[in-house]
Design a protein around this ligand. Sequence first.
Ligand code: 5GP
Length: 113
Amino acid sequence: METVFSKIIEGTIPSKKVFENERILAFHDIQPAAPVHVLIIPKKFIASMNDVTAEDLPLIAEIHAVAQQIALELGVAETGYRLINNCGPDSGQAVPHLHYHLIGGAKLGALVG
Ligand code: 5GP
Protein backbone atom coordinates (compact mmCIF):
# COMPACT_ATOMS: atom_id res chain seq x y z
CA MET A 1 0.00 0.00 0.00
CA GLU A 2 1.32 3.45 -0.90
CA THR A 3 1.59 5.86 2.03
CA VAL A 4 3.73 8.85 2.90
CA PHE A 5 6.13 6.38 4.55
CA SER A 6 6.45 4.15 1.46
CA LYS A 7 7.34 7.32 -0.46
CA ILE A 8 9.95 8.17 2.18
CA ILE A 9 11.36 4.62 1.90
CA GLU A 10 11.62 4.89 -1.90
CA GLY A 11 13.02 8.44 -1.64
CA THR A 12 10.32 10.34 -3.53
CA ILE A 13 9.60 12.26 -0.30
CA PRO A 14 12.81 13.47 1.40
CA SER A 15 13.51 12.77 5.05
CA LYS A 16 16.23 13.45 7.59
CA LYS A 17 17.50 9.92 8.15
CA VAL A 18 19.12 8.82 11.37
CA PHE A 19 19.40 5.09 10.60
CA GLU A 20 18.94 2.79 7.62
CA ASN A 21 19.60 -0.83 6.78
CA GLU A 22 17.92 -3.31 4.40
CA ARG A 23 14.95 -3.80 6.73
CA ILE A 24 14.51 -0.63 8.78
CA LEU A 25 14.51 3.14 8.28
CA ALA A 26 14.51 5.83 10.98
CA PHE A 27 14.07 9.55 10.35
CA HIS A 28 13.13 12.74 12.18
CA ASP A 29 9.40 13.43 12.47
CA ILE A 30 8.34 16.43 10.37
CA GLN A 31 6.28 17.82 13.29
CA PRO A 32 8.35 16.98 16.37
CA ALA A 33 6.44 16.63 19.63
CA ALA A 34 9.68 16.97 21.65
CA PRO A 35 13.35 17.92 21.05
CA VAL A 36 13.99 14.32 19.95
CA HIS A 37 11.22 12.79 17.82
CA VAL A 38 12.30 10.03 15.47
CA LEU A 39 10.08 7.62 13.55
CA ILE A 40 11.33 4.05 13.17
CA ILE A 41 9.64 1.99 10.48
CA PRO A 42 10.04 -1.39 8.81
CA LYS A 43 10.63 -1.14 5.06
CA LYS A 44 8.26 -4.09 4.66
CA PHE A 45 4.66 -2.93 4.48
CA ILE A 46 2.78 -3.78 7.68
CA ALA A 47 -0.32 -1.63 8.15
CA SER A 48 -0.39 -1.60 11.95
CA MET A 49 0.42 -3.53 15.09
CA ASN A 50 -2.70 -5.58 14.39
CA ASP A 51 -1.04 -6.96 11.26
CA VAL A 52 2.24 -8.09 12.84
CA THR A 53 2.66 -11.85 12.41
CA ALA A 54 4.94 -14.38 14.08
CA GLU A 55 7.33 -14.18 11.13
CA ASP A 56 7.69 -10.42 11.74
CA LEU A 57 8.86 -10.83 15.34
CA PRO A 58 12.62 -10.76 14.52
CA LEU A 59 11.96 -7.49 12.67
CA ILE A 60 10.09 -6.06 15.67
CA ALA A 61 12.95 -7.10 17.94
CA GLU A 62 15.42 -5.42 15.59
CA ILE A 63 13.36 -2.21 15.68
CA HIS A 64 13.81 -2.21 19.47
CA ALA A 65 17.57 -2.69 19.07
CA VAL A 66 17.66 0.19 16.57
CA ALA A 67 15.64 2.37 18.98
CA GLN A 68 18.13 1.62 21.75
CA GLN A 69 21.03 2.62 19.48
CA ILE A 70 19.33 5.83 18.28
CA ALA A 71 18.53 6.83 21.88
CA LEU A 72 22.22 6.51 22.71
CA GLU A 73 23.33 8.41 19.62
CA LEU A 74 20.86 11.25 20.17
CA GLY A 75 21.74 11.56 23.85
CA VAL A 76 18.47 10.52 25.49
CA ALA A 77 19.38 7.02 26.69
CA GLU A 78 20.23 8.31 30.18
CA THR A 79 17.64 11.08 30.47
CA GLY A 80 14.85 8.83 29.19
CA TYR A 81 12.50 8.52 26.29
CA ARG A 82 9.34 6.82 25.06
CA LEU A 83 8.92 4.34 22.24
CA ILE A 84 5.30 4.65 21.14
CA ASN A 85 3.24 2.74 18.63
CA ASN A 86 -0.16 4.10 17.68
CA CYS A 87 -2.55 1.42 16.43
CA GLY A 88 -5.97 2.22 15.05
CA PRO A 89 -8.40 5.13 15.22
CA ASP A 90 -8.57 5.70 18.98
CA SER A 91 -4.76 5.95 19.15
CA GLY A 92 -4.66 8.64 16.49
CA GLN A 93 -2.69 6.50 14.01
CA ALA A 94 -2.61 8.72 10.93
CA VAL A 95 -0.26 6.76 8.65
CA PRO A 96 -1.28 3.15 7.93
CA HIS A 97 2.29 1.81 7.88
CA LEU A 98 3.66 0.39 11.16
CA HIS A 99 5.86 2.94 12.93
CA TYR A 100 7.32 3.66 16.32
CA HIS A 101 7.82 7.15 17.71
CA LEU A 102 11.03 7.60 19.74
CA ILE A 103 10.35 10.72 21.80
CA GLY A 104 12.60 12.38 24.37
CA GLY A 105 14.86 15.28 25.21
CA ALA A 106 12.33 16.84 27.61
CA LYS A 107 10.26 15.89 30.63
CA LEU A 108 7.27 14.15 29.06
CA GLY A 109 3.77 14.54 30.40
CA ALA A 110 1.29 11.80 31.22
CA LEU A 111 -0.14 10.08 28.15
CA VAL A 112 -3.70 9.86 29.45
CA GLY A 113 -5.26 11.59 32.38
P1 5GP B 1 0.83 8.59 13.79
O1 5GP B 1 -0.12 9.64 14.26
O2 5GP B 1 0.35 7.86 12.56
O3 5GP B 1 1.26 7.65 14.88
O4 5GP B 1 2.16 9.35 13.40
C1 5GP B 1 2.49 9.74 12.10
C2 5GP B 1 3.63 10.70 12.22
O5 5GP B 1 4.18 10.88 10.92
C3 5GP B 1 3.26 12.09 12.75
O6 5GP B 1 3.99 12.36 13.94
C4 5GP B 1 3.64 13.02 11.61
O7 5GP B 1 4.18 14.25 12.04
C5 5GP B 1 4.64 12.21 10.82
N1 5GP B 1 4.70 12.53 9.41
C6 5GP B 1 3.64 12.64 8.55
N2 5GP B 1 4.07 12.95 7.30
C7 5GP B 1 5.42 13.05 7.39
C8 5GP B 1 6.44 13.34 6.42
O8 5GP B 1 6.20 13.59 5.24
N3 5GP B 1 7.73 13.33 6.87
C9 5GP B 1 8.05 13.05 8.17
N4 5GP B 1 9.36 13.07 8.49
N5 5GP B 1 7.12 12.77 9.09
C10 5GP B 1 5.82 12.77 8.71
